[in-house]
Ligand binder design. Sequence first.
Ligand code: FES
Length: 145
Amino acid sequence: MYSEKVMDHFTNPRNVGEIENASGVGTVGNAKCGDIMRIYFDIDENQVIRDVKFKTFGCGAAVATSSMATELVKGKTIYEALEVTNKAVMEALDGLPPVKVHCSLLAEEAIHAALWDYCQNNDITIEGLKKPKSDIGEEEVEEEY
Ligand code: FES
């Protein structure tokens, strides 16, 4: 049912954790299942994502897609990171079962929310980046971890 890559990223997820004093943090919830994802970016002065970490209160597919998504955005500029869609993440994982496709959206939305946060903090606009609908904020989810 799951590809080897999905199983690999699920059992050995990359970039789990958090970044203190992160340049941007995005927290999103999946309306379908209630799962939660938070992504932290450390962005350097050239707008390159130097480091990225994630934490999730989510299913195995959400862990695997977030792990892969963090690998894909690391070292990219904030503009390139916007191109890392859930479709790109799923392709990099050799696919997901159809019922799990919504899980991959969590990573994409969390990346967008963290980029948005960075832009807000630095007074930058990224063309095509919209204000995250589902950024549920810091305070509300603190107890979930
Ligand atoms: Fe909720 Fe996968 S079932 S993110």
